[in-house]
Design a protein around this ligand. Structure first.
Ligand code: SF4
Length: 283
């Protein structure tokens, strides 16, 4: 095959791959690109909470690359991530509880065992003896604590919403968030994962990767609380659950592959062009 034929074959293959992506039912990028109105320069006009604005955004921040540019670059580099893995809303919620302080691969093992034993329903988790539940989720670590959290969650679901997830997800986001945070063992990251990935609510999940990337790019200071960072992200992005879904997943991927705690791989990272000059010699 001559060089010209090689080029034509490569172009055809890329077009075919692109069309294949469009055909996939769960392909979100086109959907998000078409219906999410991303803000123009400078940062969104939505007011930041008072105590956050001063701390997060420096005097020169409006000339920094904006969050939606980070998103677009990550999406272009990695494509849609198809989060959150889970066959039902309840499975997503159980996964959100089990993934605290452990790798997803360990959660998958636990979920698989629960699925095999037909325990992935609120009613089954309620009735299964704690010792048996703990054995089944052992791979996810902190399994005794997580057993208590699962039990506390289904108890909350039963007392507040008659055991119905559909009923629970009719509650206003702020109220439900507050209630979830009141369940023993559920912290902000878990509550927000449940709201976003099981409830499709526009709540940004702030994890260690998001914090690290924002700090290294001088968009957030180390002392900021979870709520302050969440408010910053939500105030500077359109309120859209599918956008937050994809963005969080892309951040996790970037954190795992490039923005590691030690020895970050900045030179290969898609966000390298946005890294402030002052930070570059350090990373
Ligand atoms: S460029 Fe470096 S600091 Fe920025 S996200 Fe990538 S690895 Fe992290």
């Amino acid at each position: 095959m001559d060089r010209c034929s090689h080029v034509i074959a490569a172009i055809r293959s890329r077009i075919a791959a692109f069309l294949d992506l469009l055909r996939r039912a769960r392909y979100l990028a086109m959907k998000m690109a078409s219906h999410v109105h991303l803000p123009e320069l400078p940062y969104s006009k939505r007011p930041l909470p008072k105590n956050v604005a001063a701390e997060i955004l420096s005097e020169t921040s409006t000339s920094e690359p904006k969050l939606h540019e980070y998103f677009r670059r990550l999406l272009a580099a990695h494509g849609p991530q198809h989060w959150w893995p889970g066959r039902t809303r309840f499975e997503v919620m159980v996964g959100a509880i089990l993934t605290q302080n452990t790798a997803w691969v360990n959660v998958e093992q636990a979920l698989s065992k629960l699925r095999q034993k037909k325990l992935l329903t609120p009613a089954a988790i309620k009735t299964v003896p704690p010792a048996r539940l703990a054995r089944l989720i052992r791979s996810s670590g902190y399994f005794r604590q997580k057993t208590k959290t699962l039990k506390a969650f289904v108890q909350f679901l039963r007392t507040q919403y008659a055991g119905s997830l559909s009923e629970m997800f009719t509650a206003p986001t702020e109220l439900l968030r507050e209630q979830l945070l009141g369940v023993r063992g559920i912290g902000p990251e878990t509550a927000d994962s449940i709201l976003l990935y099981a409830g499709n609510r526009p709540v940004f999940v702030v994890d260690a990767y998001a914090r690290r990337i924002l700090e290294r790019h001088q968009l957030a200071q180390a002392k900021l609380s979870y709520e302050e960072i969440r408010n910053f992200l939500e105030a500077n992005l359109p309120q859209d659950a599918s956008l937050y879904n994809e963005f969080h997943a892309l951040i996790v991927r970037t954190g795992k592959e490039y923005c590691r705690k030690e020895n970050p791989r900045c030179s290969e990272c898609p966000l390298r062009p946005f890294l402030p000059e002052a930070t570059q010699p350090l990373l």
